[in-house]
Design a protein around this ligand. Structure first.
Ligand SMILES: NC(=O)c1ccc[n+]([C@@H]2O[C@H](COP(=O)([O-])OP(=O)(O)OC[C@H]3O[C@@H](n4cnc5c(N)ncnc54)[C@H](OP(=O)(O)O)[C@@H]3O)[C@@H](O)[C@H]2O)c1
Length: 294
């Protein structure tokens, strides 16, 4: 196997992908390169024999060096969400550097139904997918569904107040654990692909906001009522709670996307890659009781 480079290796997902490459896929540490803006944070991987490289999507020179000799590149989408197109620029820089360095295949973490998604930052993902297609390099897209861990953003507050303002209607989300996301990506990186691939990674079951509220109430003993609101009411409420307008609009777009069914459907791609069922979302909520109670 040639060298596999993971960008953003000090992030949550990057670290878990490397863990699963080593432990689940049994890829030799000497075939893995962990790239980060802060490789000094990754000393623990160096001890295991993983090579560390500095790579910052804002610094093309660092990418030209980092991507040398790489067969498979995993571009983990960055967390830059300033509403000014920075993330797409960063990703395009990484794609151009991969092409120039002669990388064998690009793997990219995208989002479900990128062409139709109404999530505020969906254009970053679709634009990156397009740039990768246009590069002519072989590719694998992992269209990752919502992490189960995302419930920690709003649910603890909803449980504390007893009210969950939602514009998601009866739309469903097939949450998957971040760990499962990493497990599937590691499996995809380890396999020998000859075609371009688009995998949509989901959990095994999809849930409405009301169903999540019911599960969380049962686990914590705290009643929570889902209060239906419009997209505009949700955006205004988030602004009133102190979120800057562009952030409020992005958060509200998550509910719109859910209501329109654009996180759905559940797919079999996780199992196709890993040979196992995704972890249960319900069991995850049960195991998160303490975190949900804050
Ligand atoms: N599906 C979902 O529910 C969901 C939820 C949250 C986020 N996401 C997306 O998935 C990505 C990974 O998730 P996560 O949980 O691992 O997030 P995270 O722990 O917040 O990691 C952020 C990642 O962005 C990388 N990054 C930031 N600026 C960069 C730059 N200039 N150049 C290169 N890399 C840069 C970081 O790499 P280094 O610090 O190592 O350089 C790190 O891997 C996120 O960045 C975001 O795009 C998806």
């Amino acid at each position: 196997m040639g060298k596999i480079l993971i960008t953003g290796a000090s992030g949550h997902l990057g670290g878990l992908v490397i863990k699963h490459l080593l432990e689940t896929e049994k890829v030799a540490a000497s075939d893995i390169i962990a790239a980060s803006r802060n490789p000094e944070k990754l000393a623990g991987l160096a001890v295991k024999g993983v090579e560390l490289r500095a790579a910052d999507f804002n610094d093309p020179a660092s990418l030209a060096t980092a991507f040398q000799g790489v067969d498979k590149l995993l571009i983990i989408s960055t967390d830059a969400m300033d509403g000014e197109g920075t993330r797409l620029k960063q990703h395009k820089m990484a794609v151009a550097a991969a092409k120039a360095a002669g990388v064998g295949r690009i793997h990219y973490t995208s989002l479900p139904r990128a062409e139709e998604s109404v999530i505020g930052f969906a254009p970053d993902h679709l634009g990156t997918e397009s740039a990768i297609r246009e590069s002519g390099l072989p590719f694998t897209f992992f269209r990752n569904n919502w992490y189960a861990e995302n419930i920690f953003y709003g649910l603890p507050h909803a449980l504390a107040s007893g009210q969950w303002f939602s514009a998601a209607g009866d739309g469903r989300i097939p949450y998957l654990l971040r760990e499962d996301c990493a497990r599937a990506i590691a499996a995809g990186l380890a396999r020998h692909e000859t075609e371009n691939k688009v995998y949509t990674l989901t959990g095994g079951e999809a849930f409405t906001a009301s169903e999540v509220a019911t599960i969380a109430s049962a686990v914590t003993g705290k009643p929570v009522a889902v209060i239906p609101v419009t997209d505009e009411q949700l955006t205004e409420g988030l602004k009133a709670a102190g979120f800057p307008a562009p952030v409020a609009a992005i958060f509200a777009s998550f509910d719109t996307n859910q209501r329109l069914g654009l996180f759905e459907p559940v797919t079999g791609d996780f199992k196709a890659l890993t040979g196992r069922e995704p972890a249960s979302f319900k069991a995850f909520v049960e195991a998160s009781k303490a975190a949900l109670l804050g």
